[in-house]
Design a protein around this ligand. Structure first.
Ligand code: ZN
Ligand code: ZN
Length: 417
Protein backbone atom coordinates (compact mmCIF):
# COMPACT_ATOMS: atom_id res chain seq x y z
CA UNK A 1 0.00 0.00 0.00
CA UNK A 2 1.21 3.47 -0.88
CA UNK A 3 1.85 5.55 2.24
CA UNK A 4 0.41 9.05 2.15
CA UNK A 5 0.65 12.08 4.45
CA UNK A 6 -1.85 12.40 7.32
CA UNK A 7 -5.04 14.37 6.63
CA UNK A 8 -4.53 18.03 7.46
CA UNK A 9 -0.73 17.71 7.33
CA UNK A 10 0.96 19.22 4.31
CA UNK A 11 4.14 19.10 2.32
CA UNK A 12 5.44 22.45 1.19
CA UNK A 13 6.99 21.73 -2.18
CA UNK A 14 10.07 23.37 -3.73
CA UNK A 15 7.99 25.45 -6.15
CA UNK A 16 6.08 26.93 -3.17
CA UNK A 17 8.96 27.39 -0.76
CA UNK A 18 10.19 30.66 -2.28
CA UNK A 19 7.09 32.41 -0.91
CA UNK A 20 7.71 30.99 2.55
CA UNK A 21 11.34 32.11 2.50
CA UNK A 22 10.29 35.57 1.36
CA UNK A 23 7.77 35.88 4.21
CA UNK A 24 10.20 34.49 6.81
CA UNK A 25 13.03 36.77 5.64
CA UNK A 26 10.67 39.75 5.84
CA UNK A 27 9.63 38.76 9.39
CA UNK A 28 13.26 38.73 10.52
CA UNK A 29 14.11 41.98 8.80
CA UNK A 30 11.08 43.94 10.05
CA UNK A 31 10.79 42.46 13.56
CA UNK A 32 14.50 42.71 14.32
CA UNK A 33 14.34 46.32 13.18
CA UNK A 34 11.76 46.84 15.95
CA UNK A 35 14.09 45.25 18.51
CA UNK A 36 12.58 41.76 18.60
CA UNK A 37 14.75 38.64 18.95
CA UNK A 38 13.85 35.10 17.96
CA UNK A 39 12.98 32.70 20.77
CA UNK A 40 12.60 29.09 19.64
CA UNK A 41 10.18 27.03 21.66
CA UNK A 42 9.71 23.25 21.67
CA UNK A 43 6.89 21.54 19.81
CA UNK A 44 5.76 19.59 22.88
CA UNK A 45 4.70 21.05 26.21
CA UNK A 46 2.96 19.80 29.33
CA UNK A 47 -0.78 19.80 28.66
CA UNK A 48 -1.51 21.99 31.68
CA UNK A 49 0.46 24.87 30.14
CA UNK A 50 -2.31 25.21 27.56
CA UNK A 51 -5.28 24.19 29.69
CA UNK A 52 -4.31 26.76 32.32
CA UNK A 53 -2.89 29.36 29.94
CA UNK A 54 -5.47 29.32 27.16
CA UNK A 55 -8.40 28.36 29.41
CA UNK A 56 -10.42 25.15 29.86
CA UNK A 57 -13.57 26.62 28.30
CA UNK A 58 -12.06 27.35 24.89
CA UNK A 59 -12.49 25.40 21.66
CA UNK A 60 -8.76 24.78 21.51
CA UNK A 61 -8.54 23.15 24.92
CA UNK A 62 -11.95 21.49 24.80
CA UNK A 63 -11.64 19.76 21.46
CA UNK A 64 -8.69 20.71 19.29
CA UNK A 65 -5.51 19.71 21.09
CA UNK A 66 -3.23 16.84 20.10
CA UNK A 67 -2.72 15.40 23.56
CA UNK A 68 -1.18 12.07 24.51
CA UNK A 69 0.44 10.34 27.45
CA UNK A 70 4.14 9.57 27.01
CA UNK A 71 5.95 6.49 28.32
CA UNK A 72 6.64 8.26 31.59
CA UNK A 73 2.92 8.84 32.16
CA UNK A 74 3.06 12.59 31.48
CA UNK A 75 0.24 14.27 29.61
CA UNK A 76 1.86 16.16 26.73
CA UNK A 77 0.39 18.35 24.00
CA UNK A 78 1.62 19.46 20.58
CA UNK A 79 1.59 23.25 20.86
CA UNK A 80 -1.68 24.67 19.49
CA UNK A 81 -0.34 28.24 19.66
CA UNK A 82 2.88 29.99 20.69
CA UNK A 83 2.04 32.64 23.27
CA UNK A 84 1.74 30.31 26.28
CA UNK A 85 5.06 28.64 25.40
CA UNK A 86 6.85 31.95 24.89
CA UNK A 87 5.52 33.22 28.21
CA UNK A 88 6.63 29.98 29.88
CA UNK A 89 10.13 30.42 28.42
CA UNK A 90 10.30 34.06 29.56
CA UNK A 91 9.40 32.99 33.11
CA UNK A 92 11.42 29.77 33.20
CA UNK A 93 14.64 31.45 32.10
CA UNK A 94 13.96 34.49 34.27
CA UNK A 95 14.61 36.72 31.30
CA UNK A 96 13.18 39.57 33.42
CA UNK A 97 16.33 39.47 35.58
CA UNK A 98 18.35 40.80 32.68
CA UNK A 99 15.72 43.32 31.62
CA UNK A 100 12.03 43.26 32.55
CA UNK A 101 11.19 44.15 28.95
CA UNK A 102 11.55 41.26 26.52
CA UNK A 103 10.54 41.46 22.86
CA UNK A 104 10.53 38.07 21.18
CA UNK A 105 9.24 36.44 18.02
CA UNK A 106 8.78 32.95 16.71
CA UNK A 107 7.94 31.25 13.41
CA UNK A 108 6.83 27.63 13.30
CA UNK A 109 4.13 24.99 13.04
CA UNK A 110 1.18 24.67 15.44
CA UNK A 111 -1.18 21.72 15.76
CA UNK A 112 -4.93 21.66 16.16
CA UNK A 113 -7.34 18.83 15.56
CA UNK A 114 -9.80 20.84 13.47
CA UNK A 115 -11.99 19.66 10.62
CA UNK A 116 -9.64 19.94 7.63
CA UNK A 117 -11.00 22.27 4.98
CA UNK A 118 -9.59 24.45 2.24
CA UNK A 119 -6.88 26.67 3.65
CA UNK A 120 -7.18 25.21 7.14
CA UNK A 121 -4.81 22.49 8.26
CA UNK A 122 -4.10 20.48 11.37
CA UNK A 123 -0.46 21.40 11.14
CA UNK A 124 -0.40 25.08 10.29
CA UNK A 125 2.26 27.76 10.60
CA UNK A 126 2.20 30.92 12.63
CA UNK A 127 4.35 33.98 13.00
CA UNK A 128 4.25 35.18 16.57
CA UNK A 129 5.53 38.28 18.33
CA UNK A 130 5.27 39.05 22.05
CA UNK A 131 6.38 41.77 24.44
CA UNK A 132 6.66 40.85 28.11
CA UNK A 133 7.01 43.21 31.03
CA UNK A 134 5.33 46.40 29.78
CA UNK A 135 1.85 47.59 30.72
CA UNK A 136 2.28 51.02 29.13
CA UNK A 137 -0.21 51.41 26.22
CA UNK A 138 2.68 52.77 24.16
CA UNK A 139 3.82 49.21 23.56
CA UNK A 140 0.31 48.18 22.41
CA UNK A 141 0.65 50.72 19.62
CA UNK A 142 4.25 49.70 18.97
CA UNK A 143 3.41 46.04 18.25
CA UNK A 144 0.45 47.04 16.07
CA UNK A 145 2.67 49.42 14.07
CA UNK A 146 5.16 46.57 13.60
CA UNK A 147 2.43 44.19 12.46
CA UNK A 148 1.06 46.62 9.88
CA UNK A 149 4.55 47.49 8.67
CA UNK A 150 5.32 43.80 8.18
CA UNK A 151 2.08 43.15 6.28
CA UNK A 152 2.80 46.11 4.00
CA UNK A 153 6.36 44.89 3.40
CA UNK A 154 5.13 41.51 2.16
CA UNK A 155 2.89 43.36 -0.27
CA UNK A 156 -0.56 43.57 1.35
CA UNK A 157 -2.14 46.94 0.71
CA UNK A 158 -5.82 46.98 1.55
CA UNK A 159 -5.65 46.49 5.29
CA UNK A 160 -8.10 47.36 8.01
CA UNK A 161 -7.01 47.49 11.64
CA UNK A 162 -9.80 46.70 14.11
CA UNK A 163 -9.34 47.31 17.81
CA UNK A 164 -11.28 46.72 20.99
CA UNK A 165 -10.71 46.62 24.73
CA UNK A 166 -11.75 43.55 26.70
CA UNK A 167 -11.39 45.03 30.17
CA UNK A 168 -9.50 43.57 33.08
CA UNK A 169 -10.03 41.44 36.17
CA UNK A 170 -11.66 44.39 37.88
CA UNK A 171 -14.28 45.18 35.25
CA UNK A 172 -14.77 42.08 33.12
CA UNK A 173 -16.67 39.93 35.66
CA UNK A 174 -19.43 42.56 35.84
CA UNK A 175 -19.58 42.73 32.05
CA UNK A 176 -19.69 38.95 31.80
CA UNK A 177 -22.69 38.89 34.14
CA UNK A 178 -24.41 41.65 32.16
CA UNK A 179 -23.83 39.62 29.02
CA UNK A 180 -25.10 36.44 30.64
CA UNK A 181 -28.28 38.18 31.73
CA UNK A 182 -28.74 39.57 28.20
CA UNK A 183 -28.23 36.22 26.42
CA UNK A 184 -30.33 34.31 28.95
CA UNK A 185 -33.32 36.24 27.70
CA UNK A 186 -32.41 35.21 24.16
CA UNK A 187 -31.29 31.68 24.93
CA UNK A 188 -34.02 30.18 22.69
CA UNK A 189 -32.11 31.77 19.78
CA UNK A 190 -28.74 30.28 20.70
CA UNK A 191 -27.16 27.14 19.25
CA UNK A 192 -26.21 24.21 21.49
CA UNK A 193 -22.57 25.40 21.69
CA UNK A 194 -23.65 28.87 22.76
CA UNK A 195 -26.07 27.44 25.35
CA UNK A 196 -22.99 25.87 26.88
CA UNK A 197 -20.95 29.07 26.50
CA UNK A 198 -23.72 30.94 28.30
CA UNK A 199 -22.74 29.00 31.41
CA UNK A 200 -18.97 28.66 30.92
CA UNK A 201 -17.93 31.88 29.14
CA UNK A 202 -20.64 34.06 27.55
CA UNK A 203 -18.04 36.28 25.83
CA UNK A 204 -17.32 33.42 23.49
CA UNK A 205 -20.81 33.67 22.03
CA UNK A 206 -19.43 36.58 19.99
CA UNK A 207 -17.26 34.11 18.05
CA UNK A 208 -20.23 32.01 16.91
CA UNK A 209 -20.95 31.86 13.19
CA UNK A 210 -24.49 30.42 13.49
CA UNK A 211 -27.01 32.84 11.94
CA UNK A 212 -29.51 32.93 14.85
CA UNK A 213 -26.65 33.48 17.31
CA UNK A 214 -25.32 36.32 15.15
CA UNK A 215 -28.78 37.94 15.34
CA UNK A 216 -28.77 37.62 19.12
CA UNK A 217 -25.29 39.19 19.26
CA UNK A 218 -26.28 42.23 17.20
CA UNK A 219 -27.65 44.34 20.08
CA UNK A 220 -25.70 42.75 22.94
CA UNK A 221 -24.15 45.10 25.52
CA UNK A 222 -20.70 46.25 24.45
CA UNK A 223 -17.63 45.58 26.54
CA UNK A 224 -16.31 49.10 25.98
CA UNK A 225 -19.34 50.49 27.88
CA UNK A 226 -18.37 48.45 30.95
CA UNK A 227 -14.68 49.32 31.24
CA UNK A 228 -13.32 50.49 34.57
CA UNK A 229 -11.56 53.83 34.72
CA UNK A 230 -8.07 52.31 34.37
CA UNK A 231 -9.11 50.28 31.30
CA UNK A 232 -10.79 53.34 29.76
CA UNK A 233 -7.62 55.37 30.22
CA UNK A 234 -5.47 52.59 28.78
CA UNK A 235 -7.69 52.23 25.71
CA UNK A 236 -7.78 56.00 25.14
CA UNK A 237 -3.97 56.08 25.23
CA UNK A 238 -3.69 53.19 22.77
CA UNK A 239 -5.87 55.14 20.34
CA UNK A 240 -3.82 58.28 20.92
CA UNK A 241 -0.53 56.48 20.17
CA UNK A 242 -1.99 54.82 17.08
CA UNK A 243 -2.95 58.32 15.95
CA UNK A 244 0.60 59.49 16.59
CA UNK A 245 1.78 56.65 14.34
CA UNK A 246 -0.67 57.77 11.62
CA UNK A 247 -2.45 54.43 11.77
CA UNK A 248 -6.15 54.39 10.96
CA UNK A 249 -8.31 51.93 12.89
CA UNK A 250 -11.93 50.96 13.33
CA UNK A 251 -13.53 50.06 16.63
CA UNK A 252 -15.01 46.58 16.70
CA UNK A 253 -16.77 46.04 20.04
CA UNK A 254 -17.79 42.50 19.03
CA UNK A 255 -14.20 41.34 18.68
CA UNK A 256 -13.44 39.34 21.82
CA UNK A 257 -10.81 36.91 20.45
CA UNK A 258 -11.15 33.22 21.14
CA UNK A 259 -8.76 32.80 24.03
CA UNK A 260 -9.42 33.44 27.71
CA UNK A 261 -6.14 35.10 28.49
CA UNK A 262 -6.75 38.37 26.66
CA UNK A 263 -7.20 41.54 28.74
CA UNK A 264 -7.62 45.13 27.61
CA UNK A 265 -6.37 45.74 24.06
CA UNK A 266 -7.48 43.25 21.40
CA UNK A 267 -6.85 43.76 17.69
CA UNK A 268 -7.26 42.11 14.33
CA UNK A 269 -6.07 43.00 10.87
CA UNK A 270 -8.39 42.28 7.97
CA UNK A 271 -7.09 42.23 4.41
CA UNK A 272 -9.25 43.17 1.43
CA UNK A 273 -6.47 42.26 -1.02
CA UNK A 274 -7.58 39.84 -3.77
CA UNK A 275 -11.15 41.05 -3.42
CA UNK A 276 -12.28 39.08 -0.38
CA UNK A 277 -12.30 39.88 3.31
CA UNK A 278 -9.69 37.86 5.18
CA UNK A 279 -8.52 38.10 8.79
CA UNK A 280 -4.75 37.79 8.51
CA UNK A 281 -3.56 38.52 12.02
CA UNK A 282 -4.85 39.01 15.52
CA UNK A 283 -3.59 39.59 18.98
CA UNK A 284 -3.94 41.45 22.20
CA UNK A 285 -2.81 42.05 25.71
CA UNK A 286 -2.76 39.23 28.28
CA UNK A 287 -1.78 40.74 31.59
CA UNK A 288 -2.84 37.71 33.68
CA UNK A 289 -1.32 34.90 31.64
CA UNK A 290 2.01 34.81 33.47
CA UNK A 291 0.19 34.42 36.76
CA UNK A 292 -1.87 31.55 35.38
CA UNK A 293 1.17 29.56 34.29
CA UNK A 294 3.93 30.86 36.57
CA UNK A 295 4.50 32.68 39.78
CA UNK A 296 5.23 36.15 38.47
CA UNK A 297 2.71 38.88 37.76
CA UNK A 298 3.97 40.45 34.57
CA UNK A 299 2.03 41.94 31.67
CA UNK A 300 2.29 40.83 28.06
CA UNK A 301 1.01 41.69 24.59
CA UNK A 302 1.47 40.08 21.21
CA UNK A 303 -0.04 38.82 17.99
CA UNK A 304 -0.09 35.84 15.66
CA UNK A 305 -0.22 35.77 11.88
CA UNK A 306 -1.43 32.69 9.99
CA UNK A 307 1.22 31.85 7.41
CA UNK A 308 -0.96 29.85 5.00
CA UNK A 309 -3.55 32.62 4.78
CA UNK A 310 -0.86 35.27 4.40
CA UNK A 311 0.88 33.35 1.63
CA UNK A 312 -2.40 32.92 -0.24
CA UNK A 313 -2.76 36.72 -0.22
CA UNK A 314 0.71 37.58 -1.57
CA UNK A 315 0.49 39.76 -4.66
CA UNK A 316 0.09 37.60 -7.76
CA UNK A 317 2.68 37.91 -10.48
CA UNK A 318 5.62 38.12 -8.13
CA UNK A 319 7.74 35.07 -8.88
CA UNK A 320 9.52 33.33 -6.04
CA UNK A 321 10.76 30.32 -7.99
CA UNK A 322 14.50 30.00 -8.49
CA UNK A 323 16.05 28.65 -11.70
CA UNK A 324 19.50 27.30 -12.54
CA UNK A 325 21.73 30.03 -13.98
CA UNK A 326 23.25 27.79 -16.62
CA UNK A 327 22.71 24.37 -18.13
CA UNK A 328 25.81 22.56 -19.36
CA UNK A 329 25.04 20.46 -22.42
CA UNK A 330 27.87 18.00 -23.05
CA UNK A 331 28.20 15.81 -26.12
CA UNK A 332 30.04 12.50 -25.78
CA UNK A 333 31.26 10.53 -22.81
CA UNK A 334 34.68 12.20 -22.67
CA UNK A 335 33.15 15.64 -22.62
CA UNK A 336 30.84 14.67 -19.75
CA UNK A 337 33.87 14.65 -17.51
CA UNK A 338 34.78 18.23 -18.52
CA UNK A 339 31.15 19.17 -17.89
CA UNK A 340 31.28 17.60 -14.44
CA UNK A 341 34.48 19.50 -13.56
CA UNK A 342 32.97 22.78 -14.70
CA UNK A 343 29.73 22.04 -12.83
CA UNK A 344 31.68 21.50 -9.61
CA UNK A 345 33.69 24.71 -10.09
CA UNK A 346 30.48 26.69 -10.61
CA UNK A 347 28.80 25.12 -7.59
CA UNK A 348 31.81 25.91 -5.42
CA UNK A 349 31.45 29.53 -6.59
CA UNK A 350 27.80 29.43 -5.52
CA UNK A 351 26.43 29.46 -9.07
CA UNK A 352 23.59 27.01 -9.66
CA UNK A 353 24.36 24.92 -12.76
CA UNK A 354 22.73 21.77 -14.11
CA UNK A 355 23.83 19.12 -16.57
CA UNK A 356 22.48 16.00 -18.21
CA UNK A 357 23.15 12.75 -16.36
CA UNK A 358 21.82 10.43 -19.02
CA UNK A 359 24.13 11.04 -22.01
CA UNK A 360 21.21 12.14 -24.16
CA UNK A 361 21.19 13.93 -27.53
CA UNK A 362 21.81 17.68 -27.77
CA UNK A 363 18.19 18.19 -28.75
CA UNK A 364 16.89 16.47 -25.66
CA UNK A 365 19.42 18.30 -23.44
CA UNK A 366 18.24 21.63 -24.87
CA UNK A 367 14.68 20.61 -24.12
CA UNK A 368 15.52 19.90 -20.50
CA UNK A 369 17.40 23.21 -20.20
CA UNK A 370 14.26 24.94 -21.46
CA UNK A 371 12.05 23.08 -18.99
CA UNK A 372 14.33 24.10 -16.11
CA UNK A 373 14.16 27.70 -17.43
CA UNK A 374 17.93 28.11 -17.42
CA UNK A 375 18.69 31.48 -19.05
CA UNK A 376 21.99 30.19 -20.51
CA UNK A 377 23.12 26.91 -22.02
CA UNK A 378 26.81 26.12 -22.38
CA UNK A 379 27.44 23.61 -25.13
CA UNK A 380 30.57 21.49 -24.88
CA UNK A 381 31.24 19.37 -27.95
CA UNK A 382 31.52 19.17 -31.71
CA UNK A 383 33.86 21.24 -33.89
CA UNK A 384 33.98 24.13 -31.43
CA UNK A 385 35.42 21.91 -28.71
CA UNK A 386 38.09 20.64 -31.16
CA UNK A 387 39.02 24.29 -31.73
CA UNK A 388 39.30 24.78 -27.96
CA UNK A 389 36.01 26.68 -27.67
CA UNK A 390 32.64 26.25 -26.02
CA UNK A 391 29.36 27.81 -27.15
CA UNK A 392 27.32 29.92 -24.73
CA UNK A 393 23.74 30.30 -25.86
CA UNK A 394 21.59 33.07 -24.39
CA UNK A 395 18.14 31.47 -24.23
CA UNK A 396 16.30 34.75 -23.77
CA UNK A 397 18.22 36.82 -26.33
CA UNK A 398 18.37 33.79 -28.66
CA UNK A 399 21.97 34.57 -29.64
CA UNK A 400 25.19 32.68 -28.97
CA UNK A 401 28.93 33.23 -28.75
CA UNK A 402 32.08 31.18 -28.59
CA UNK A 403 34.21 31.24 -25.46
CA UNK A 404 37.80 29.92 -25.31
CA UNK A 405 37.98 26.96 -22.91
CA UNK A 406 40.89 28.56 -21.06
CA UNK A 407 38.69 31.52 -19.96
CA UNK A 408 35.57 29.46 -19.45
CA UNK A 409 35.03 29.85 -15.71
CA UNK A 410 36.01 33.52 -15.65
CA UNK A 411 33.80 34.44 -18.61
CA UNK A 412 30.87 32.40 -17.30
CA UNK A 413 31.06 34.08 -13.90
CA UNK A 414 30.98 37.51 -15.55
CA UNK A 415 28.11 36.61 -17.84
CA UNK A 416 25.74 34.66 -15.71
CA UNK A 417 26.18 35.35 -12.02
ZN1 ZN B 1 -10.76 47.22 33.87
ZN1 ZN C 1 -23.93 29.80 18.60
Amino acid sequence: MEIKAIRGFNDILPDEIGKWHFVEDTVRKVFEGFGFSELRIPILERTELFSRGIGEATDIVEKEMYTFTDKGGNSLTLRPEATASLARAYLEHQMYNFDPVAKVYFIGPMFRYERPQKGRYRQFYQIDAEVFGVSNPMVDAEVIVMLIQFLKKVGLEKLELQINSLGCRACRPAYREKLRAFFEKKSFQLCADCQRRLLSNPLRIFDCKVETCKEAIADAPQVTDSLCEECQKHFAKVKEYLGDSKLAYTLNPAMVRGLDYYTRTAFEVVSYDLGAQNAVAGGGRYDNLSQEIGNLDTPGIGFAIGMERLISLLPPGKTFVQYPRVFIAALGEETQRDAYRLLTQLHLEGIWAELDYEGKSLKSQMRRAGKLKAPYVLILGGDELKRGKAVLRDMEGKNQEEIPLADLLKTLKEKIS
